[in-house]
Ligand binder design. Sequence first.
Ligand code: KIV
Ligand code: ZN
Length: 519
Amino acid sequence: MGSENIKKIKIFDTTLRDGEQSPGASMNTLEKLNLARQLARLGVDVIEAGFPIASDGDFEAVKAIAEEIKGVEIAGLARANEKDIYRAYSAVKYSEKPVIHTFIATSDLHLKYKLKMSREELYEKAINMVRYAKSFVENIEFSAEDASRTDSDFLYKVIEGVIEAGATTVNIPDTVGYATPFEFFNFIKNIKDKVKGIENVILSVHCHNDLGLAVANSLSAILAGANQVECTINGIGERAGNAALEEIVMALDVRKDIYNAITNINTSEIYRSSQLLTHITGISVQPNKAIVGKNAFAHEAGIHQDGVLKEKTTYEIMTPERVGRQSNDLVLGKHSGKHAFKEKLESLGYLLNDKEIEDAFVKFKALSDRKKEIYDEDIDSLVAKSHSFEKYELKYVNVVCGDTVTPLSMVKVMVDGELKHNSSCGNGPVDAAINAIEKIVTSKAKVIGYEVKSIRGTTEAQGDVSITIEENGVNITGRSAHTDIVVASAKAYVNALNKLYVHNSNIKKSSQINVYGDL
Ligand code: KIV
Ligand code: ZN
């Protein structure tokens, strides 16, 4: 294939919006900002930074990202109504490349049961709201929610209408992950062939993974003529998630012979982006996950190991380095100074202000007193968590345990500036520490998940702990790392409680808006 025909595919990252709708994935503003900085380094074309009407926290995060991140389009989601659109505009207007992304469902199923509207009413609404959004910014994305289950002729009519009204991107979501690759190819090809004006806009797809087909469907759409894909890091998102950015990008990269398409993505930033998201949300990827899973480049079988040693390409279709997985040998330690630490932070993609660097350096020094070699992953664990607000702060934890005693803990926690202490026994030292903290805090949240793993190395390594708590159907994951896993567990629990507190405050402030309900 001649290089003159190579197609440019826009990568629209929705980790901070659809991704954040994953159970347990909620992030605070600083965490979102950190991730947005990394997405910019990764080279995504559009960052969907959030759903500004959903909560004050969402609004603040979109605004902060719009203010700071340059060179990338920043989108804010809005239902097709004036209030949502104005709120989205008020947050994205600080960006040099603002986008209002407005959506409304077009399938008869949604019209009848959810929206209780006729097709004619919906058509008018979609067009009027695109016009309204266009009065604020030039770039408008329109999504026909549940497009893959919408009557084709009606969908064509809606798309033609919104293009005429000023939409610059038309997005075709497979909202419930129902489509199959061949069917979706034809669906997109027909839109490309039959809709008037489609050649003048970006044709985008947004696939969910309910049948495990999100990436396959997105790639089929690219073959059929789509020029933007919406995706998330690690494939996180509503229910079974969205199409995984790293899988789409590497499929296009490794199989250029098939797709003849390029993206702006700097593939060597993929692994770092995946790791950062995991650190922030506490949601790990499965070991066998393509591209970013622990085993994605591990060769276990003797025949495979032998082959790879003789010639890598026998069993490797891409190098780990291509996705940024080289083992970085520049390991820091006790004697590393602030200059080396700062350079390391920069090489890892952390753009921190002086105060943040100072805070991270203090934590780094404390860690290097307990641990000889500090790896990149350790540094991620030091800086990935940053909070604008901490209701609870763990001040002290002490546990007595052993094979002949009942584990007993004593903890001290600062609650709104007041030091409180309590003690408890438990099934093991971690349980005892969590029980004692539970007695201090006011939250009624229940611990529903616990995971611990080591960050590189062996018994001297930091234990990386994730704790998921649940309250009123909301799951929040907290995470922390420490060379003492009881301390890491207590901190992870406190981290989850702080995130839940911020989440609940935002819900209260957001004037009871039912974000995914009616219009
Ligand atoms: O899945 C979906 O339909 C969405 C839209 C808001 C684009 O997330
Ligand atoms: Zn979605």
